[in-house]
Design a protein around this ligand. Structure first.
Ligand SMILES: Nc1nc2c(ncn2[C@@H]2O[C@H](COP(=O)(O)OP(=O)(O)OP(=O)(O)O)[C@@H](O)[C@H]2O)c(=O)[nH]1
Ligand SMILES: [Mg+2]
Length: 442
């Protein structure tokens, strides 16, 4: 029989443990910016990115720079947007030939870029066959996608080995990049694509430097290219493409190493759930970053236990865009459904919630050319009123909370170091003080 003092000692130890260990879970739809928030936390609390990461991102970004410019040229034709470089008499004509004639994976060190998971992601993004498959599977319905995922996940996970998508993190919940990609992509598609882009027919070979030069010039001089990018809500392209085009020559150079800003703008889709440990103000933080695309959400429930705080990241600029996974579904509709299901879930009944209205920089560029009312007819403010649009979404998301718990809202630009330093310091201070209160030691 335990003495009172012993019980008290055990309770105190358990409280101490909870007090000293904080688990923060990053959730949200694909591409909303969760991993970018994590990168900012790493810069803030762990210091610089590694040399290996700087090389990895250079390779990934080079492939995305070429892939994105090719996508714009092809989409312009589909959308009937005239390009200067289409006219054979234009000095830009040869630049287009250089870009379209280049094999996007040429000049990429695929093993430095992430090996098979990089290749699979690349094919998933740029292959027409893969887009066709997604269209065939499309349901046109917004979907939270995590509530019934457990069984499927367990089947999928058996025997798989975790593959962290970003160096410096570990993968939890036994997830596998390859398995996740295999949902949408089998090896035959990868082989077909590699045949398609590395085709045997002869064409004039251009150097990486020539192609980089062509990309920078097309972006600068061909007004049709910019006009087509202005309509990129109608197709899938990296949001950071303009930033990459302006610096194409850097990524083509063998000696170049990515800057912190490049890495913040670069994208590696998260597969599974990565786990990163920090020490913040003497407190142990475990940050769980979950892959947000639909096939990834089936694994979420495995990390829902003992969460101290949940941070939901939504991209406020994506109200006129459609999902990568299903091009009939509006990205904001999906985020709304996802937030409502998580916020009111029994898993998070006692868990503080933080909401990041992210990508406010892109929102500022967008509101004028893409009126919100076209997508959300009940918005009755002015089209170019950024503050009005932010308030509209803040109110909309808060109205989805039926639990009465407080939701802490922040407006963020996850790629901006200065403002994120401020936001993340406020957020971690808040979590620490909430944790002290709930562990009864405050
Ligand atoms: N301009 C801008 N770009 C952003 C912002 N936040 C994230 N991005 C970019 O958006 C892209 C996707 O960001 P990620 O952090 O990889 O998104 P994610 O939510 O982790 O996506 P999944 O891993 O698929 O769930 C990256 O290219 C980021 O650089 C932002 O506030 N502004
Ligand atoms: Mg991610």
């Amino acid at each position: 029989m335990l003495q009172n003092s012993e019980v008290e000692k055990i309770l105190l130890q358990s409280k101490q443990k909870r007090k000293n260990q904080i688990k923060l879970l990053l959730l949200g739809a694909g591409e909303s910016g969760k991993s970018t928030v994590l990168k900012q936390l790493r810069l803030l609390h762990k210091g610089a990115f590694t040399e290996q990461e700087r090389i990895q991102y250079k390779n990934i970004i080079w492939a995305d720079t070429v892939g994105s410019m090719q996508t714009i040229i092809i989409q312009a034709r589909k959308l009937g947007i005239p390009l200067d470089c289409d006219r054979p008499t234009s000095e830009l004509f040869v630049l287009k030939q250089k870009v379209l004639g280049y094999k996007p994976l040429e000049g990429v060190d695929t093993s430095a870029a992430g090996g098979v998971s990089f290749l699979k992601d690349f094919v998933l993004k740029y292959s027409e066959n893969s887009a066709h498959r997604r269209r065939m599977k499309s349901t046109g319905m917004a979907n939270s996608g995590w509530e019934d995922g457990q069984e499927e996940y367990e089947e999928e996970a058996s025997g798989s080995v975790g593959t962290p998508s970003t160096p410096g993190t570990t993968s939890t919940a036994n997830t596998s990049g390859n398995n996740a990609a295999a949902d949408d992509l089998d090896d035959s598609l990868l082989k077909d694509y590699l045949k398609e882009v590395n085709g045997t027919h002869r064409r004039k070979r251009y150097t990486k430097e020539e192609v980089a030069e062509a990309i920078e010039e097309l972006w600068e001089k061909d007004s049709g290219i910019k006009r087509c990018f202005g309509k990129s809500n109608l197709f899938q392209i990296e949001g950071s493409a303009p930033y990459f085009f302006e610096r194409a020559n850097d990524y083509a150079s063998d000696d170049y190493r990515c800057s912190d800003e490049d890495i913040l703008k670069g994208r590696i889709k998260t597969t599974g759930i990565t786990e990163t440990n920090f020490n913040i103000n003497g407190m142990k933080f475990k940050i769980l970053d979950a892959g947000g695309q639909r096939s990834e959400r089936k694994k979420w429930m495995h990390c829902f236990q003992d969460i101290t705080c949940t941070c939901f990241v939504m991209a406020v600029s994506e109200y006129d865009q459609v999902l990568f996974e299903d091009e009939r579904v509006n990205r904001m509709h999906e985020a709304i459904m996802l937030f409502e299901s998580l916020c009111n879930s029994r898993w998070f009944a006692d868990t503080p919630f933080i909401l990041f209205l992210n990508k406010i920089d892109l929102l500022k560029d967008k509101v004028r050319r893409s009126p919100l009312r076209k997508y959300f007819p009940d918005y009755d403010g002015k089209s170019n009123d950024v503050e009005g649009v932010l308030q509209y979404f803040e109110k909309l998301f808060l109205s989805l909370n039926h639990t009465g718990k407080v939701i802490y809202v922040h407006r963020t630009c996850a790629t901006d170091r200065k403002s994120m330093e401020f936001v993340l310091t406020a957020v971690t201070d808040m979590i620490i003080s909430e944790n002290l209160k709930s562990s009864g030691l405050f």
